[in-house]
Write a new protein. Structure first.
Lengths: 575, 243
């Protein structure tokens, strides 16, 4: 079995992982990046609308304090205040840095980076290029990382974090093309594995979003936080069937798109008259879901999103990929007709609990950043805050990991643990069971969509837990129906399912515990805010006997920022 | 019900395998492949990610033509013949529809990255951005590399970087703040002269980039101008627009 030595191992090659790799190599660490897909294909490439940074190029009144307040208001005050503070303060310099690395963004008339409006942001704040901002961002950091000396391992999947005593000392995984097994031995590890969208039936994610980092970190003793907060983006495509869930960027609403139900009513007036279409994502998603459920949906079970009142030229220039996407996939010319849209599982607010300054987790040697980390976004993420999040905290985690690596000896890899990891992967060929991985995955997705989706209640959550128990039994009998280890998606899915079941239980247990409605978590049986839960996050850990445990922990606050938070709360209360 | 012929196999051999599938309205070829994978050929190797023509993973040859599977509607293909789905021919085969495109990433490493000019002021106009945007919207699907006959028929990967990287170099060369000089690279290692402007690459680009007209031909002109005209060489970085 091949063993690769490095100082810092980064798991994941989206924006967060690549930004971490740039920081680690700059700090002098020999850095390896493991990517589940080809380089440049991670979810970052699909991000459309923009990156939030209070540059004030368009609205000079903007500053970090307002961005901080917006982020906390959007997250319903459950964010880690220190993370939200660092994010708001450092996003502008991270974006300027990106431009100095060659990224190209749309301009203002005075030749500076332009900024657009987005849901929940007080000012025009999102630096963007058309509706392909993520593509520009990932190209820039992938080029920077590769030319900076990071070694990238494409199309490898990590299935276990390895430990030397209580310290994470590397990872074990396989190469997708051949099924060959590999061990990376590292002084420190950055988890940047992205999200969990593949748990739900209607989602905007690729096959990769199976919560690998969440589950693997939990397995080695890390704490997860805010797992009950799953972001359903308000606008995914609802037709034709093959594209259900495909993202329709929030920039459509940022540029002036209007939402209407089948009766022609601009229904956001009833849900958030102040912010209308540019309310936060949790509010708009719930509104659309409610309109459809109450019989005011479109023929294909969505609502109408219309930009046909804008000049056709503007639509094609500002939203070019949306124009193409609807014309080619749905046969709809969005300059003339409305789109049909509905909520789609898009982003995971919850993730590995980290130290705001360094991205360090509670496990020595393990760092985390980007979507697989938690705390920054609280109960609901604002659009545009993920690209800035991954730049700010990718850099910090890369630097944190490099510093830890410099202070650590090269660890020993426990061969017994490697043998165990290998046996686990072989076991899917020899389980003797007859469970099909694709069927189990489809059942899991439907079950979670129904019971742990946009609206939840105790009976459904309890039912979900008992179903998950059954699915764990079925996972023991899952077997690879055909083929070898060489590029075999059915085998790959077997191991991914284990992660998905772990994450599903974490989400469900946290959702059951939070007896209130807040942000992306809506309980039909507890429709109001509860004061206690406004001051507590839910931490998820694995017990010594392998059970998943949940407990409330106080929100991380910063006393000096109290006046800013109180100011915003008072303003919202006044309407 | 539609009839698909999907190439299956690995380096040791393979061939077209027949599948029948109930199709639904709006179905794209990638949906069909994933449905076949889910129900009939559970180890079918297909590379895909975003399903929205943004990541450039699901490149294949559909009825002999390089296309993104996620962007090709089944109902756009003739219904009186089977739909043939094969891997890209220009790259080494891994399995079934998946090919080894790693050569492209090795090429990328040899191109001098964006290097800001010392006096860069970062005042950039929208016209400059719009001009660069055409090249920067490339999704790296490598369909242009697949169709390029220099790479496909003559396998001259050692001599020519291919259209994708002419687009990449053009995007860097046209950046008003970039100070690196890639003329030498274009003339020699990148093999710009090997392109004889058949425009096949532009025809298959899912982003509609006019690769030949807007990237390759201007680069050829630039190389000629700069190799033979020292004044142009001095002046080229002075030109700015976008105001």
């Amino acid at each position: 079995m091949e063993t690769i030595d490095c100082d810092v191992l980064v798991i994941g090659a989206g924006g967060a992982g690549l930004r971490a790799a740039i920081a680690a190599t700059q700090a002098g660490a020999k850095t390896a990046v493991v990517s589940k897909s080809l380089l440049g294909k991670a979810h970052t490439v699909m991000a459309e609308g923009g990156v939030a940074a209070s540059l004030g190029n368009v609205d000079p009144a903007d500053d970090w304090k307002t961005h901080f307040q917006d982020t906390l208001f959007g997250g319903k005050y459950l964010n880690n205040w220190r993370m939200a503070e660092l994010h708001a303060k450092e996003a502008p310099e991270r974006v300027i840095e990106l431009e100095h690395w060659g990224a190209v963004f749309d301009r203002t008339r005075d030749q500076r980076m332009s900024q657009r409006a987005f849901g929940g942001h007080t000012y025009k704040r999102l630096v963007h290029i058309g509706d392909r901002t993520g593509r520009e961002l990932i190209r820039t950091v992938q080029d920077r990382a590769v030319h900076g000396g990071a070694e990238v391992y494409m199309e490898y999947t990590i299935t276990r974090l390895l430990r030397d005593g209580d310290r994470v000392c590397g990872a074990f995984g396989y190469r997708r093309a051949t099924g060959d097994l590999v061990v990376w031995r590292a002084r420190s590890v950055v988890m940047a594995s992205g999200g969990t969208g593949k748990l739900f039936r209607i989602n905007s994610n690729s096959w990769e979003g199976t919560g690998d980092g969440h589950a693997l970190a939990l397995d080695v003793g890390a704490t997860l936080i805010d797992m009950e907060f799953v972001q359903f983006h308000p606008t995914g495509m609802v037709w034709p069937p093959g594209v259900i869930g495909l993202l329709v960027t929030e920039a459509v609403r940022g540029e002036g798109g209007i939402l209407r139900n089948s009766e022609g009513e601009r229904f956001m007036e009833r849900y958030d008259p102040k912010r209308m279409e540019l309310s936060t994502r949790d509010v708009v998603a719930r509104a659309i879901y409610t309109e459809v459920r109450e019989g005011r949906g479109t023929p294909h079970g969505g609502v109408f999103l219309d930009v046909s009142h804008l000049p056709a030229k503007t639509v094609r220039k500002r939203l070019p990929s949306m124009y193409d996407q609807f014309l080619e996939l749905a046969g709809v010319d969005i300059t003339r007709e409305p789109m049909e849209v509905g909520p789609t599982c898009h982003y995971m607010m919850g993730g590995v609990k980290v130290d705001a300054e360094t991205g360090a987790t509670s496990v020595p040697g393990l760092f985390a950043c980007g979507e697989c980390s938690g705390g920054m976004n609280g109960a609901n993420r604002l659009g545009g805050n993920s690209l800035s999040d991954l730049l700010v905290f990718g850099k910090r985690a890369g630097e944190g990991a490099a510093a830890a690596a410099a202070a650590a000896a090269l660890p020993a890899v426990d061969q017994a643990e490697v043998a165990e990891a290998e046996a686990e992967l072989d076991g899917y060929f020899t389980s003797g069971g007859d469970e099909d991985p694709y069927e189990l995955h489809a059942d899991l997705q439907s079950m979670l969509q129904e019971n742990v989706g946009i609206f939840r209640e105790e009976s459904g959550l309890v039912r979900a837990l008992s179903r998950l128990e059954e699915y764990r039994e079925r996972l023991r009998k899952v077997h690879v129906p055909v083929g070898s280890r060489a590029w075999n998606p059915s085998w790959n899915l077997c191991r991914d399912l284990k992660n998905m079941l772990t994450v599903a239980e974490a989400i469900t247990r946290a959702a059951l515990m939070r007896e209130e409605s807040r942000g992306a978590h809506s309980r039909l049986d507890f429709p109001q805010f509860a004061d206690y839960w406004g001051r507590h996050n839910i931490a998820v850990t694995k017990t010594d006997d392998g059970r998943i445990a949940v407990e409330p922990v106080p929100v991380v606050t910063v006393p000096e920022l109290e006046p800013l938070v109180e100011e915003r709360k008072a303003k919202e209360a006044a309407g | 019900m539609r009839h698909f012929q999907v190439w299956r196999g690995d380096v040791s051999g393979g061939g077209l395998v027949d599948f029948e599938l109930d199709t639904v309205e709006g179905m794209v070829v990638l949906d069909a492949m994933l449905e076949i994978q889910r129900t009939q050929a559970k180890d079918l190797a297909v590379r895909w990610n975003c399903k929205a023509a943004k990541c450039g993973c699901c490149s294949a040859e559909i009825n002999g033509r390089p296309k993104l599977m996620c962007k090709t509607r089944v109902d756009s293909l003739p219904d009186d013949a089977p739909i043939r789905v094969e891997p890209m021919r220009t790259f080494p085969l891994i399995r079934d529809l998946a090919t080894d495109v790693s050569w492209n990433y090795e090429v990328e490493k040899t191109i001098p990255p964006f290097t800001p000019k010392e006096d860069a002021d970062w005042q950039i106009g929208q016209a400059d951005v719009d001009r660069m945007s055409e090249f920067r919207k490339c999704i790296e699907c490598f369909l242009c590399q697949d169709i390029c006959h220099v790479l496909r028929e003559h396998d001259l990967k050692a001599a020519y970087y291919g259209p994708r990287f002419m687009v990449r170099i053009a995007s860097l060369e046209m950046h008003p703040m970039d100070g690196a000089d890639r003329t030498e690279l274009l003339e020699h290692a990148a093999g710009l002269g090997l392109c004889n402007i058949t425009k096949c690459c532009s025809d298959v680009c899912p982003e509609g980039i006019k690769i030949t007209d807007n990237a390759i031909i201007p680069l050829k002109e630039r190389v000629v101008d700069r190799s033979y005209d020292p004044l142009f060489r001095l002046g080229r970085r002075g030109k700015r627009d976008g105001r």
